[in-house]
Ligand binder design. Structure first.
Ligand SMILES: [Zn+2]
Length: 400
């Protein structure tokens, strides 16, 4: 027979036995003339069997309170069963008693709960000590209890949010490839907040975000100081912002199948291990019209961005540069929205290496191939344009 209960499995060989109770099914079964007590729950989705012949003690004094204890010799464990249905628990106890007394007990074969489907099984195998978690459909909040998690795969999920709390987990590998990001702007703005938590900033080395419809890289990735591999293939990127150069440990970059027109100068001296730039829209730098920073400047001049071009210049940009120098993680919403665009267009002057905004710089393009041990590119590409910024004011720049 089968009872539904809350179950604590105590390991009698352990100095500090676990006391966590799990919703479980406990049942009797007979196999090859041997009787078993079987347990099925999220810890043992595939059933754990205890031979009734190995039963050493039955604690039945609290049956009236809906409690039963079964102590086994092999394995050295005690099952503490708490069942709301006291009548069923009593019958369960009587059945085990009959088996021990040597009676031939008939056990129905239809009592086994259905096997959990493979997909559900994956989620149900929840273990707080897990190092690895693969979500099947959507983010599962129980992940947040996995304090040792180092690999989190949220592929092809409906990710309406990525809780900020995942930042507290020591995740080294995170993939959100193929997942559906929020459609509401407000939710999208909060999506990257987990990067503001110190643990993940230090631990994350691989970030995969292929095929998620990305139009530009979120500036928050720059907080991930130890990132070595960034994969953003098959998105809608037309440029990589200059700040990507601040990821000093980045050695693998996969940006195939985007619409990239040029690369940021901040990566020109980087020696990559592996880089994939195939199937993009790199052109000869004949026309500068396509450059996103130039476009931004033109819009500022016409006042679309409320830029700093005309009249007395504000000094806000100096505070902004200071902030970039430290890159102390923050949430996007902590900054005025007007600054968000700055992240896409700010860069370091190629001469003096100081931070510079388009209002104070000129854009030039050079032509070269990235340096890498292994480069994947279209065979027709002999070089790509690199976008660089240079201070307008040479006095500021070189000190004369
Ligand atoms: Zn300069």
């Amino acid at each position: 027979m089968l009872i539904k209960c809350k179950l604590v499995i105590q390991d009698l060989t352990s100095a500090r036995p676990k006391k966590r109770s799990l919703r479980s099914c406990v049942m009797t079964s007979k196999l090859n003339d041997e009787y078993y007590v079987c347990v099925k729950n999220s810890m043992y989705p595939n059933i754990k069997n205890y031979k009734i012949a190995m039963l050493q003690n039955i604690y039945h004094n609290y049956l009236k309170d809906g409690k039963l204890g079964l102590e086994f010799n092999e394995p050295r464990q005690t099952l503490l069963i708490v069942c709301q249905d006291k009548r069923m628990l009593y019958m369960f106890y009587r059945q085990i008693k009959s088996i021990i007394d040597g009676k031939n007990v008939l056990i129905g074969s239809r009592q086994m709960p259905k096997t959990i489907p493979a997909k559900k099984d994956l989620i149900n195998r929840f273990d707080p000590m897990s190092l690895n978690f693969v979500a099947v459909k959507r983010f599962d909040n129980r992940v947040l209890n996995m304090r040792h998690l180092s690999r989190l795969v949220l592929q092809n999920c409906d990710l309406q949010t990525l809780p900020i709390e995942i930042g507290h987990l020591p995740i080294k590998y995170l993939s959100i490839s193929g997942s559906k990001l929020p459609t509401l702007q407000h939710e999208l703005d909060m999506f990257w907040n987990w990067t503001s938590i110190n643990t993940i900033c230090q631990s994350l080395t691989i970030l995969k975000m292929d095929s998620i419809g990305l139009r530009k890289l979120p500036f928050e990735i720059v907080f991930l100081k130890n990132l070595r591999t960034l994969s953003a293939s098959n998105n809608n990127l037309t440029y990589l912002p200059q700040f990507i150069g601040e990821l000093k440990k980045l050695e693998n970059l996969f940006v195939a199948d985007n619409s990239l027109l040029y690369f940021p100068h901040s990566l020109i001296a980087r020696l990559f291990n592996e880089i994939d730039i195939s199937n993009n829209s790199f052109q000869l730098p004949r026309s500068l019209k396509f450059d996103h920073i130039i476009k931004y400047s033109e819009m500022s001049e016409t006042g679309v961005n409320g830029g700093l071009v005309s009249g007395t210049k504000s000094l806000n940009h100096l505070a902004f540069y200071k902030m970039l120098d430290y890159w102390i993680p923050f949430k996007r919403q902590d900054l005025p929205r007007s600054l968000w665009t700055y992240f896409d267009v700010v860069g370091r002057c190629m001469l003096c290496k100081k931070w510079i905004l388009p209002e104070y710089s000129e854009i030039t393009h050079t032509f070269a191939l990235p340096m890498a041990a292994s480069t994947i590119k279209d065979y027709t590409v002999s070089g790509i344009p690199w976008q660089s910024l240079i201070c307008c004011n040479t006095y500021d720049c070189l000190g004369f």
